[in-house]
Design a protein around this ligand. Structure first.
Ligand SMILES: [Zn+2]
Ligand SMILES: [Zn+2]
Length: 289
């Protein structure tokens, strides 16, 4: 199984876009990319806009190569209603647009579906369902919280298993601090797992220490109780320059077990840029008129 993170916070933009190829099917999960609107009181640096453009081009080229496009929820770093052509002729598997969803995402979903129109070959709502392609199975979780509560809505986690490898993609769980979010991952017994780590850059005001502790506990559990070899952590977590210190316990346990923990950039063999977390430095190094 080929697993290729395409764009991510560690690589310089807000995204979890990931391309997976098995002997049976080519899948692109969450074809979207965005930038953090404000950080340290600063708007995105021109270098971030440049990376955004590059990433979007790459996402479009992989969408073209894919048979199946998955959208786990309706935030703009996970889908874009602007260029619906990328969904043309594809099987499109979407988070349910009206059930287990908050108002803002419900509106975005309805707009997105309008834009998609008749372009896809077909559209299926994927919450809690499974889809088979030869030996490969795509399994979707029931909707789980986007983060620590339902205020931001729900996401679907995804497992892609081909009989040998099993890859699990958590989407925006910001942890996982909630047992239901972790349970899906544990049940799939992945060999590789890609998780949206805790939102530790907002620790103390929009993310509680208790949620960080619970996330670390669940990540340790995933390392200890599944066959996972590689744990990829990114997205909300990689907006924090001190992400490794915040999850030092997870790294310790992984080392003891002979397993690896890394960012999506490292996993993809790309440069770790973390442009949003380094925005202040970017403006100092490359001043903008
Ligand atoms: Zn989101
Ligand atoms: Zn996101």
């Amino acid at each position: 199984m080929k697993i290729e993170p395409i764009a991510s916070d560690s690589m310089g933009t807000r995204s979890m876009a990931t391309y997976i190829e098995t002997g049976d099917v080519k899948v692109l999960i969450d074809p979207g990319v965005a930038l953090g609107p404000r950080r340290y009181g600063l708007s995105p640096h021109p270098l971030e806009y440049q990376k955004l453009e590059e990433d979007w081009k790459l996402i479009k080229s992989l969408a073209e190569r894919s048979d199946v496009l998955v959208v786990t929820h309706y935030h703009y770093d996970h889908h874009s209603p602007e260029e619906p052509e990328i969904y043309e002729g594809k099987l499109v598997l979407l988070k349910h647009p009206t059930q287990n969803i908050n108002l803002s995402q419900k509106r975005r979903a309805s707009h997105f579906l309008e834009k998609l129109g008749e372009l896809p070959e077909s559209i299926e709502y994927c919450d809690g369902r499974s889809f088979a392609f030869g030996e490969t199975e795509l399994v979707f979780s029931k909707p789980v919280y986007h983060g620590t509560n339902p205020r931001l809505g729900y996401v679907t986690e995804v497992a892609i298993c081909d009989g040998e490898e099993c890859f699990v993609f958590s989407s925006d769980v910001e942890g996982p601090s909630i047992d239901e979010q972790a349970d899906f991952i544990l049940r799939q017994n992945p060999s590789i797992v890609y998780i949206d780590g805790p939102m530790s850059y907002m620790l103390g005001y929009r993310y509680a220490q208790a949620s960080l502790d619970k996330s670390a506990e669940n990540l340790v559990k995933i390392l200890e109780e599944t066959r996972v070899k590689t744990l990829v952590l990114d997205h909300h977590l990689l907006r924090d320059l001190e992400w490794k210190q915040k999850l030092s316990r997870v790294f310790e346990v992984a080392e003891k077990l002979g397993k690896s923990v890394m960012s999506a950039a490292q996993f993809a063999g790309k440069e770790e840029l973390m442009l949003e977390a380094k925005r202040k430095v970017l403006y100092e190094k490359f001043p903008v008129e």
